[in-house]
Design a protein around this ligand. Structure first.
Ligand code: FAD
Ligand code: DHB
Length: 390
């Protein structure tokens, strides 16, 4: 097999990259080690920045998003006794959209299988090779158990945090990683309950952070800060709803409960790996970096990376110019570090850890954001998304 760009991983990053390249006449093959059902059912992010919506729309996969996505014009920041709305259009002229990552993935897979470049599920033993030359290849075993070789001009490592691509980049001289593991986790649930709020609520509470999000007008997505050692089996639905009711409590307001359809505990980590390139192997999305979820940056960052990477690869492969691939890692990392800082800031401001001194600093910061237009605008600009080439 031969293609111009061999793409490892069919998450949002790999699928969108393949689509953006196809629209510019560059062919690719996407290799995914899980099944289509598994990839489409994986519940993850839910908030899309305006640039992500624009990119998906320009890529021709925005129809259902335009019909079913919910435009959100702000968020509430809450601490005991106060629930304050930050109005994004007023603060920075932009909005965000609620549309689940599951739906983004389904739309991209459908477009791909409907006449797009090849997408192979359930492959195994995927190995990028000879990435320091101009003719790298990917060895893998196909779903029928046959060994295969995909000869490429370029390999894109969009295989997420546990993929095989980042170690290959890091084996070269000059590789560096930065990491922070947070002393808390999120317990997330999906519930068949109409959201009892028009905008997302980010709540600081002495018992720990809580987030009220949604997937549609009938489905709520809720999160509770818990200790990373907690076991999901110890959290009955009643215990979860009781904790949510306590942390979101506000006079005259009630939570809507309903059947819980999914629940899990997610670790919280910041991680950045540099550079995002070795020779003809380029990393994008979670393969190169992870942010804690507070602030909803992970998926948007993956989309921003592949938007930069797609234009760099088109310039390399169609115009034989190396300038954009040469600057890709530096340009992508500038935005990665901005989002890493913002996600750390939101996480640190809202989660209970440390002592009462820390709590007073957090409350002071929250009061500052809700009372200063400059502080609120800084949060709003980062939340709704900074320019692509930051
Ligand atoms: P991924 O979505 O991880 O895709 C990588 C793909 O590569 C996967 O399909 C994987 O199966 C495949 N793969 C891995 N190894 C191989 C291999 N060796 N060969 C072939 N294929 C391989 N972000 C937010 O903004 N908000 C959230 O609420 C949020 N919640 C999250 C919850 C969880 C549990 C996780 C893990 C992440 C969450 N994120 C969230 C982050 C967000 O989902 C990611 O940033 C986003 O999925 C990144 O997309 P990606 O395509 O780079 O990576
Ligand atoms: C969601 C996740 C986030 O991390 C966030 O900040 C907002 C919303 C969500 O899953 O809906």
């Amino acid at each position: 097999m031969r293609t111009q760009v061999g793409i490892i991983g069919a998450g949002p990053a790999g699928l969108l990259l393949s689509r953006l390249l196809a629209l510019q006449g560059i062919d690719s093959v996407v290799l995914e080690n899980r099944s289509r059902d598994y990839v489409e059912a994986r519940i993850r992010a839910g908030i899309l920045e305006q640039h992500t919506v624009d990119t998906l729309t320009e890529a021709g996969v925005g129809d259902r998003l335009a019909r079913e996505g919910l435009e959100h014009r702000g968020i509430y920041l809450q601490y005991p006794g106060t629930r304050h709305k930050l109005d994004f259009p007023e603060l920075c002229g932009r909005t965000v959209w609620v549309y689940g990552q599951t739906e983004v993935t389904k739309d991209l897979i459908k477009a791909q299988l409907d006449g797009g470049p090849p997408l192979l599920f359930e492959v195994s033993d995927v190995r990028p090779e000879d990435v320091d030359t101009d003719s790298p290849r990917i060895r893998f075993t196909d779903a029928d158990g046959n060994p295969q070789v995909l000869e490429c001009d370029v390999v894109a490592g969009t295989d997420g945090f546990h993929g095989v691509s980042r170690p290959v980049v890091q084996q070269a001289a000059g590789g560096q990683v930065w990491e922070r593991t947070y002393p808390y986790a999120w317990l997330g649930i999906l519930a068949d309950a109409a959201p009892a709020t028009d905008e997302l609520i980010y709540a600081w509470h002495p018992d720990g952070f809580a987030l009220y999000s949604m997937r549609s007008t009938k489905v709520s997505r809720l999160y509770l800060q818990v200790d990373p050692s907690e076991k999901i089996e110890d959290w009955s639905d009643d215990r979860i709803w009781d904790n949510l009711a306590t942390r979101f409590a506000l006079e005259g307001w009630d939570l809507n409960t309903g059947p819980v359809t999914e629940k899990s505990i997610l670790p919280m980590r910041s991680f950045v790996s540099a550079p995002m390139r070795r020779g003809r192997l380029f990393l994008a999305g979670d393969a190169a970096h992870i942010v804690p979820p507070t602030g909803a940056k992970g998926l948007n960052l993956a989309v921003a990376d592949v938007t930069l990477l797609a234009s760099a690869l088109v310039r390399l492969l169609a115009e034989k110019q190396t300038d954009l691939v040469d600057s890709y890692s530096e340009r992508a990392l500038a935005r990665v570090w901005r989002c890493t800082h913002f996600s750390w800031f939101m996480t640190s401001m809202l989660h209970r850890a440390g002592d009462d001194f820390d709590a007073q600093l957090q409350l002071s910061q929250l009061r500052r954001v809700v009372s200063s237009e400059a502080a609120a605008r800084e949060l709003a600009e980062n939340y709704t998304g900074l320019p692509l080439d930051y």
